[in-house]
Structures are given as C-alpha cells and as structure tokens.
Design a protein around this ligand. Structure first.
Ligand code: 21W
Length: 248
C-alpha cells in the first residue's frame, strides 16, 4: 500500500516510520511512504503557503494554489489513490474506518495546519476527511502518522503470524483479557491458577469471560455493537452469578 503525505512540516516524519513494525513493512515492500513538502509548490519569492482569512479573524489559512498543485501532482502520478485530509471535522478514526482505508489502493494524506485550509481545496480535491478524536491538536501531522500506523498493520504480511491483527481487541469488538508472564508470584500477587493448568479449553473460556467482564465494566458502549454468541451470554451469566456470590 502506498502512502503519500503532504505537509508543511516534513521533518516531523523523520522518526516514527524509521523503526518498529512499520519499518519492517517498508523493508518487505508491503508499504511505501513518500513525504511531500507543500512549500515546494509555492511559486512566489517567499514561498508563501498561508494567508489571512477573508472576512477577518485570527490566524492564517492554507492557500489554495500551492496545496491544490501539490495534491494534483501526486494524484496524477498515483490516480488510484484516495485523497484524505486530516481534520477535526472529519469522520472519527475507528477500527472499522482503518479497515476501510486499508482496502484502498493508496492514500494521499493532506495534513492541515493553521486555522484550516481554503474551502476550495476541500471542494476540488478532498475525497475523505478523518479526525482521530475529540481533542484539539496543533496540526494534522500526528493524525496522519496515526492513520498510517493503524492502516499499515492491517495490510496482510505487515504483522508477523505471532501478532496477527485478527486477535486484536476491537476486531471482535471486545477489550483484551489480562495477561501474565513469569514469575508466578510477585509481591503477593499470584498468576490465576487456570493459566498454569495447561487446560487450553478452560484457559480459552477464562480469557473470553475476562474480556467480557472488562468490556462491560470499562466500555459498555462496545457491548451493544457486536453480537454475543450463546457461549458469551453463558459466560456473562456466570459473571453475574459470581458477583452476587461476592466473588470479585
Ligand atoms: C485545530 C485545525 C483546530 C483547526 C474556522 C474558524 C487533524 C485534528 C487535526 C486544528 C482547528 C484531528 C477555525 C483530532 C485535531 C488538526 C489542528 C480549528 C479554527 N476554523 N483529529 N476558525 N483533533 N488539528 N480551526 O485537532 O488539524 S485530524
């Protein structure tokens, strides 16, 4: 999958993709990331990319000519890619949206800066708009990195078989179960017996029950979203029974 990132701050992308799982995806040629400096498309002597808003007000607006020229140049070279802009008014990035983006041929990600972009860029060039949540960032760059990270790990082969995306929480709509590794006891806290039992069926059931417990407790909003199996309902009933009996 190809990612073209259009930004006024190309230096911000030096670190994050040079290490970790994304790096491996690049090395395996499953991912290709190119950073484009929007400023290179400014034509005036000062390479201006922003200007004061018509109608007045604080801050600056990204100018239409350099930004549209940059987007069109990249899109011409990669016509099958979708032009996505990071923006506080975009649709919220979720696992579902990440899977949807992972199915595209490529993404051209436009990072917004300043108070925003000239509306005509949106009208003429932007196909999709993504926000990463209801909080205010200083610009779209970190949102773009988040999108690349979340989408890349869904591309077949990027994750090793040990870390497959199928076992993610959110993939089946539930949070993860508690995990332990050696030692079996630490400061009086023991690893649950069932995990040392070697009984794989009991372990699977315990993990599923704990996933259901944590999700219901911390993210009840996720419970409605996915259908529970017959076994899930049975495990939830066991939890209710244990709670009434005073067991944790
Ligand atoms: C913050 C841009 C506030 C614009 C009209 C009149 C990209 C982001 C961003 C930023 C404003 C994302 C205005 C979650 C985010 C991003 C920078 C508001 C003021 N508009 N996801 N005055 N949160 N943020 N502009 O902030 O670019 S994705």
């Amino acid at each position: 999958m190809r990612f073209d990132i259009l930004t006024l701050f190309p230096g911000m992308f030096a670190g994050p993709f040079d290490e970790s799982i994304i790096r491996r995806g690049i090395d395996k040629q499953l991912i290709d990331i190119a950073i484009h400096n929007i400023r290179d498309w400014a034509t005036d002597r000062h390479q201006t990319t922003d200007d004061a808003p018509y109608g007045g007000g604080a801050g600056m607006v990204m100018k239409v000519e350099p930004l549209s020229a940059c987007i069109e140049s990249v899109k011409e070279r990669h016509p099958a890619s979708t032009v996505v802009m990071t923006s506080p008014q975009g649709r919220r990035l979720t696992h579902r949206v990440a899977s949807e983006l992972a199915a595209r041929e490529g993404l051209i990600i436009v990072c917004g800066r300043y108070e925003g972009i000239d509306e005509r860029v949106r009208t003429l060039c932007i196909e999709d708009e993504i926000s990463i949540g209801d909080f205010v960032l200083t610009g779209g760059e970190i949102a773009a990195m988040t999108i690349v990270d979340a989408v890349s790990r869904l591309i077949p082969g990027v994750l090793g078989s040990e870390e497959s995306a199928e076992s993610d929480s959110f993939c089946d709509g539930l949070l993860e179960y508690p995990q332990y590794t050696r030692p079996p006891e630490f400061r009086g806290l023991a690893v649950p017996d069932v995990l040392l039992s070697g009984n794989h069926e009991l372990i699977r059931k315990w993990r599923r029950r704990e996933s259901l417990r944590t999700t219901r407790l911390l993210r009840p909003d996720l419970m409605g979203e996915n259908e529970l199996t017959k076994e899930d309902r049975k495990l939830l009933a066991e939890l209710d029974r244990d709670e009434t009996a005073g067991k944790s």
